[in-house]
Ligand binder design. Sequence first.
Ligand code: ADP
Ligand code: MG
Length: 230
Amino acid sequence: MSSASVVGTRGLSFAYRAGAVPVIDDVSLDLPAGAVCSLTGPSGSGKSTLLYLLALMLRPAGGEVVWDGRPASSLPDAARSRLRAAHVGFVFQDALLDPSRTVLANVCDAALFAGMPRATATARARDLMGRFGVEHRGDHRPGEISGGQAQRVAICRALLTDPRVVFADEPTGNLDDTSAEIVWQALVDHAATGATVVVATHDKTLAARADHEVRLTVEGRVTTRTGVGS
Ligand code: ADP
Ligand code: MG
């Protein structure tokens, strides 16, 4: 993939029902690699929806999501799944861990699906879990850990394959300031490796620290800011 722009949109539109007011309306943007981009906007403005579209989990009603300059959202389901498994880490709002599987299994499963050998996945998982202070929770079920711990587990899962693109949906929403800082720094570090990192957040202070900001309006349109950040 080129380093200039890995993921972008061209005239992207989406509505949850045909004929309904679009949640995303004619959005064209390029998400630069090697930088953190914050995605902000009022509740209900479509931040989660835009992340799902960018990650090829929803199909647009109009326009395209482009990956490396090529149409991606119009590919068949299997091809979109492959692209996602190979290149995307997604941190869902409220972590979205599988309650029937252990924490360690939750962290490793997507990487195993993407073809990573189990020994490699386990070693990387333990390393990441140590970094995020949840290494002693590997054998627990998600129901036995706190919301903040679950969110850090979700970050471990998203980073396990060292993906070129990370989408994080309010990843610091459940975290105390110290944990939020650790998560933010991990996302900044990951972007510094050349990855594209998009973080939907309500936290104005965090959003302002991002290199780029995409703001969604309730009308489903965007404005952008490009700055220096930290
Ligand atoms: P945000 O993440 O910015 O809070 P969302 O993307 O979750 O916004 O939602 C954007 C709009 O789409 C809201 O009006 C929301 O009610 C609506 N919406 C979200 N998910 C669904 C769904 N599965 N079915 C129908 N409407 C939805
Ligand atoms: Mg949301």
